[in-house]
Design a protein around this ligand. Structure first.
Ligand code: DP6
Length: 602
C-alpha cells in the first residue's frame, strides 16, 4: 500500500491534547483538525479529552512502510465495496490514532516494544451516526471518489457489473456486516471480528463456497501430490442458494490442537490433502507478510457443513476444499488468486473459487504455478441457463475420484485418445458458451460425460459410477431431444450415479414433469422437488410427449430433484450469528444441525 509521507511526523504530533483553539473565522468555530482517533469504535477526540481532562496523545500514522503496514493490519481500516472491490485505506495527514490503543497508554518507537504497534481496541461500542467529521476521520460510510472508482475498476475481472456502489465501512470488531464478497482476488480488506474468550483472542472467519459441475471433465493427473491435471476442464458454478458449503475457521493461542468438524462429526486433519493445503497457504502468507507472525504458531479449528449430500457425486469435495482455502485466505489476508491453494485439497475445488463459467487451465509448468482456474464468463452471461440435479443416490460412492483416475491413467488405452481430443473440445465449448449456443453446448457436454464414463469402463478393473437409473435418464434425455428436433437438455455425470441436467429455463417445467412421470416419488412431492420454482405445463401436450418415450416407470428411483442455475463464487459472512463455532471455538451445532445445549453463543 502506497502512503504519502505525513506532513507532520509522528513525534511532531502534540504529545497531549493541549493545542490552543483556533480563532473563530466568519462566525464559525474552526477547531484543530486531525484530532479524532480513527480506530473504529473509539470516540476519543482532542476536544472531548480536553473537556474530560483525559491525558491522551494523538499520533499520526508512521512513515516507515513496514511499521505502517503493522499498524494497518491491527487497526483494519481497509474499505470494502459491496460488489467486492478493494479500496485499501490510505492514511491522510489528518488521521490520528490515540494513545489509548497502545500497551501502557503510550506509543513506543522501539520495534521490540509491545507498544510499537497499537493493540488495544474497543470491542463493544457501535458507531451509530455518520457525520461529516466521522467521514473525514475515515469512519462509518465513505462515498467512493472518481479516482478510487477508476483504480478499483481496473482490478475488476472480466464481465463484472459496472462499479457503482457506496462503500460501507465494515466496523471491525463491532456490529454485523452483510454478505460482502465474491471475488477471490484480494482478501486483505475484509474486517473480521476478533473474539475474546476468557481474555484470549480468537481470530475467526466464516465463508460459503459453491459446488461446480463440469461440462468438460477433469479426469487424470500428471502430478499426484501437486494435483496437476492431464487436461484442462470447464465447469459452471452452481448457485449457493441451493448447494453450498459453509465453513468457519478460527485460530487462537488457546487451542491445543488443529481440529476439524464436518457436518457435526469430528474428522482427521492430518490427511495429506489438508496438510498440503495448509502448508501452501501458510507459505503464501509468509511470502506476503499478510498477518502477524504469531498466528502461525496458533492452532486451527475448522467447522464445515454442506446443505446437500456429502460425497454422493455432487462435487462436495470441490465446495468443501474451496471453502476451506477461501476462509483461510480471508483470515490470513492473502492477496491474489488462490485457486492453486484450493487445488491442493481437491483438483475440481479450484473451479469453485469463481462464479459463472470457469476454466481450469491444465498448465505446463512442472511446479504447477500455471495450473489455475479463471472465470470465462460471469453467472450473468447466460441467465436462461438452468440446472436440474437428479439425486439417484445420496449414499457415499464406492470408488473415490482420486483412486478412479489413477486406475484409468494406468490402464486405459482409450484415455490416451481422450487426452488428444480434449483441447479441441475446450475451444468448442468456450465458443458455445460465448455464443450461448445451447444445442452445441449440450452436445459437447453429453459427449464429454459419455467419454469420461467410457474411459472409466475401459479401466482395468473397470469402474462404473453410473447405474441403471443413470442410463435410463440418459435414454430419456436423448428421446426427448429427438422428439424436439434439437438438443433441449444435456446430461452430465461426475463420479457417481446422480445426473446433472443443463437446460433452458423455458423447458424446465416440461422436463421436470417428464422426470416426475417416469421416476415418480414414493414420499411427499414437496420433498421431492427443491430449489427454484418451475412453471406449469400444458397437460395434453406433455402427455403426447411422454407417450412417445419408451421407458418403464420407476417409482422411487430418483430421491429428489434440485433446481438451480449458475451462481457467484465464494462469499464472506461477517455476521457473528453465521459462525459455526461458538465463543470457545467449538461447534455450535450437533450432527442433526440442532444447537448444542452447552454453547455460549458469540
Ligand atoms: C468426475 O476433484 O474430486 O468430478 O483432484 O483427486 O480430488 P481429486 O479429484 P476431484 O475429481 C472430480 C472429477 C469429476 C470431474 C470434474 O469435476 O471435472
Amino acid at each position: 500500500m502506497e502512503v504519502k509521507p505525513d506532513i507532520k511526523s509522528e513525534s511532531e504530533a502534540p504529545a497531549v491534547s493541549s493545542a490552543p483553539r483556533s480563532p473563530r473565522i466568519h462566525g464559525r468555530y474552526k477547531g484543530p483538525t486531525g484530532d479524532f482517533c480513527c480506530v473504529p469504535g473509539c470516540t476519543n477526540s482532542r476536544g472531548k479529552c480536553n473537556r474530560m481532562g483525559k491525558q491522551v496523545s494523538f499520533y499520526t500514522f508512521p512513515r516507515d512502510s513496514k511499521r505502517l503496514k503493522m499498524w494497518l493490519d491491527r487497526i483494519r481500516l481497509d474499505v470494502l465495496s459491496e460488489d467486492g472491490h478493494l479500496v485499501p485505506f490510505t492514511p491522510k495527514n489528518h488521521h490520528r490514532v490515540c494513545s489509548e490503543h497502545f500497551v501502557g497508554g503510550k506509543k513506543v518507537d522501539h520495534p521490540n516494544s509491545e507498544a510499537y504497534v497499537p493493540s488495544e481496541f474497543p470491542r463493544n461500542a457501535v458507531r451509530k451516526r455518520t457525520t461529516k467529521r466521522s467521514l473525514e476521520a475515515g469512519l462509518a460510510v465513505q462515498v467512493v471518489t472518481k479516482k478510487q472508482k477508476k483504480a478499483t475498476a481496473e482490478l475488476a475481472p472480466k464481465g463484472r457489473p459496472p462499479f457503482s456502489v457506496k462503500y460501507r465501512f465494515p466496523l471491525p470488531f463491532l456490529g454485523p456486516v452483510p454478505i460482502v464478497y465474491s471475488a477471490p482476488t484480494d482478501h486483505t480488506y475484509i474486517n473480521l471480528p476478533s473474539v475474546m474468550s476468557q481474555g484470549v483472542v480468537m481470530e475467526t472467519c466464516t465463508c460459503t463456497a459453491p459446488v461446480n459441475m463440469a461440462v468438460i471433465k477433469y479426469w487424470g493427473k500428471r502430478h499426484k501430490d501437486l494435483v496437476l491435471p492431464l487436461n484442462s476442464s470447464i465447469s459452471a458454478t452452481l448457485d449457493q442458494k441451493q448447494l453450498r458449503t459453509k465453513t468457519t475457521v478460527a485460530i487462537s493461542p488457546s487451542f491445543e490442537d488443529d481440529r476439524l468438524w464436518l457436518n457435526g462429526i469430528e474428522e482427521r486433519v492430518d490427511t495429506v490433502r489438508i496438510q498440503n493445503l495448509l502448508a501452501e497457504l501458510r507459505q503464501r502468507s509468509i511470502e506476503q507478510q499478510s498477518c502477524p507472525q504469531e498466528w502461525f504458531s496458533w492452532k486451527l479449528h475448522v467447522c464445515s457443513e454442506n446443505n446437500f449430500p456429502t460425497a454422493a457425486g455432487l462435487a462436495s469435495s470441490a465446495a468443501g476444499y474451496a471453502c476451506l482455502a477461501f476462509s483461510l485466505a480471508v483470515l490470513y489476508r492473502l492477496r491474489g488468486d488462490i485457486s492453486d491453494i484450493a487445488r491442493r485439497g481437491s483438483g475440481s475445488a479450484c473451479r469453485s473459487m469463481y462464479g459463472g463459467f470457469v476454466i481450469w487451465d491444465k498448465g505446463t509448468k512442472a511446479d504447477g504455478t500455471d495450473s489455475i482456474a479463471r472465470q470465462l464468463y460471469p453467472e450473468t452471461h447466460w441467465p436462461e441457463l438452468h440446472i436440474l440435479i437428479l439425486v439417484v443416490s445420496d449414499q457415499k460412492k464406492h470408488t473415490c475420484s482420486t483412486a478412479g483416475m489413477e486406475v484409468t491413467v494406468e490402464t486405459s488405452s482409450l484415455m490416451k485418445q481422450r487426452i488428444r481430443l480434449v483441447p479441441d473440445r475446450i475451444k468448442e465449448m468456450t465458443s458455445a458458451i460465448e455464443k450461448r449456443d445451447f444445442h452445441k453446448f449440450a452436445e459437447l457436454t453429453m459427449k464429454d460425460s459419455n467419454q469420461l464414463h467410457a474411459v472409466c469402463l475401459d479401466s482395468y478393473p473397470p469402474i462404473s459410477y453410473m447405474t441403471d437409473v443413470s442410463r435410463q435418464i440418459v435414454h430419456m434425455v436423448h428421446e426427448y431431444n429427438k422428439l424436439k428436433g434439437q438438443n433441449k437438455v444435456a446430461y452430465t455425470f461426475d463420479a457417481g450415479p446422480n445426473a446433472c441436467l443443463y437446460l433452458i429455463e423455458e423447458d424446465v417445467a416440461e422436463v421436470v414433469s417428464l422426470v416426475t412421470h417416469f421416476f415418480p416419488p414414493i414420499g411427499p412431492t414437496e420433498e421431492f422437488y427443491t430449489g427454484l420454482p418451475t412453471g406449469s405445463v400444458a397437460l395434453d401436450q406433455f402427455q403426447v410427449i411422454a407417450s412417445q418415450i419408451n421407458l418403464p416407470k420407476q417409482p422411487g428411483a430418483i430421491k429428489y430433484v434440485i433446481h438451480t442455475k449458475p451462481g457467484p463464487g465464494p462469499c464472506v459472512l461477517t455476521k457473528k450469528v453465521d459462525s459455526l463455532l461458538d465463543i470457545s471455538g467449538h461447534p455450535k451445532y450437533d450432527t442433526r444441525g440442532e444447537p448444542k445445549s452447552v454453547t455460549t453463543d458469540q
